[in-house]
Design a protein. Sequence first.
Length: 317
Amino acid sequence: MTEPAAGAWETAAYQVRPAEGDLVLIGGTGRSGTHVLSRLLGRNSRYAAVPIEARFHCHKRGIPDLLAGKVTLAEFLDKLRDFWWHRVRVDDQPRGLYNLLTRRRFDAVVERFEDEYQADPVPACRQLFVDLFWPLAAEQDKPGLVEMSSHNVREARTLQRLFGEARFVHAVRDGRDAASSVTTKTWGPGTVLKGIDWWADRLRAIETGLRATHDGANALSSSELCVVVLDDLVLGDREGTYGRLLDFLGIDDEPGMREFFDLQMHPDAAHLARWREGLGRIGRRRVQRKYENTLEALEREQNHVARSLIDAYKRLG
């Protein structure tokens, strides 16, 4: 790879061609373990973890909508320069790209993207992502990156067009715990039962995205997409699940990763079975029936994560 000279980060384009597997894009329904998986992989010598959900490359009115003609270049740039630069969550905590680079460098990168987009949209979108994030890898002397925006898997077909060398990790967890987690958010459903519907609808949206066709692209293969069930990683088949993730990415079990896995990834940290809190016997039965029926429906629909979730449910109860 070729890096800008020292002190040139503010204005220079970052010329790098990631090798096969140098980019890992983690996605899921939300509240499914994407953040902890990113932190785990960021302990490996191959990957620098992007510490925020960048979102502009996969969420609504982002790069997929831009390439599909659903938003104009001007509309995309307005949101990139405003909301995605400095967005504020409903809890009043700021998020955004400003955490990663100076405004001067950001403006230079975006202006270069604007100049190049009309001539060749896909390479321009790819370069935008590289210019914004690959300096993080260079600062840590690592060749690759891991990014954790929730819609990464949902928009994997578009992201394949930008990064054919990318690997996708779909983080899933017991839908009852995911549902319980979102009920604590101001934007989430009010009950665990409604939360299960929210969770299932997001899994269906991901499935729809994976089945979509773009320019004759093929479906993701098992060498490009890995499903990781958080419950197995922290309580069930821990070593087997961890080993399959390492094998999928072609990386070694390094001391930094192993320490994080052993000390930070355990049932208490993952809040397993949190859905039971505050529910009586009848309430727990209703949630149990709802979840079992939802898993059966997802399997009938041939959702690609249904079998993994059912197997984990049977193992862990």
